[in-house]
Design a binder for this molecule. Sequence first.
Ligand code: ATP
Ligand code: MG
Length: 312
Amino acid sequence: MLAKKSNNKQNILEVQDLSVYFETKRQTTKAVDHVSFSLAQGEILGIVGESGSGKSTLACSILRMIPQPNGRLVSGSILYKGMDLLTCKNINQIRGKEISMIMQNAMSVLDPVFTVGDQLMEKIRVKSALNKTEAHDLAIEILQLLEFNRPQQIMNAYPYELSGGMRQRILIGLAIANQPSIVIADEPTTALDVIVQKRIILLMKKIVRQRNISLILVTHNFGLIWELCDRALVMKNGKIVESAGVLELYRQPIHPYTKALLRSIPTFDTDPLTPLPTIEEEMNDSTAWARNHRTATADHYTSFEKYTGYHV
Ligand SMILES: Nc1ncnc2c1ncn2[C@@H]1O[C@H](COP(=O)(O)OP(=O)(O)OP(=O)(O)O)[C@@H](O)[C@H]1O
Ligand SMILES: [Mg+2]
């Protein structure tokens, strides 16, 4: 049976000074550049930033899935329950069980020739000692949790028989099947229309809250951050330029890049013929300064202005 976990707000993950570079013939890309952050038990943490800012590389690095052959771990540690995930020997036991991942494209993850039930049960049995009947019962329980009205019918269905939203819900099911402590979701709803997106995001929130699972949500969509997250990290050029509680981030963004990202969200008042503001290149220089300066005081603001020439 799926057990509810106890509430305890300790840090469950500590990423320290992580750098991951990609080496190609032409250049070295600093996809993740000296990044540090922590994740508390039960916390929902967003990672937001424009395309190419390093969000997926950071997310994949947590499970030591750095794309090869170009990717290279340059520095850092990722502590989970006192273990460094980057060097520990039993990473395969942690992947998919204690820390699991939800990818963007359900069709590339679900196997088209097996039923949903087969795939769910296999996922459960590979990482646990449950027999076939117990795994079946747990799979049904997971499908009910995912708000499928006829779970047995879904068990017998092949992925192509389901809608995009249903498939994405199955991916959430696969991710929570082994009662992980942490789920990492990389753009989990990008391919879906906004109505389905919202439903899935709220469902995901309900499930992780019920089970006290920590969630890392990677997205370029500030709307999702607002709906789902407790706190967010803003990434630009491989660095975290700002980290704050979601309410604080919306009410009082400090970094000009965060402000620019927020300004670029269209609203109902936006004139459809007026181009949305773009994000200015000059901000690049300000990233080092703004990192870890969330607790802004008058002094911070002054030195921020001196350093960047921006008025905040
Ligand atoms: N396998 C690879 N080989 C070389 N460069 C790569 C590779 N994967 C990513 N990069 C580069 O690393 C940087 C960060 O990429 P990443 O995919 O992490 O960004 P992202 O923030 O997830 O973007 P998106 O929002 O488009 O998914 C980019 O400049 C990208 O071109
Ligand atoms: Mg990505």
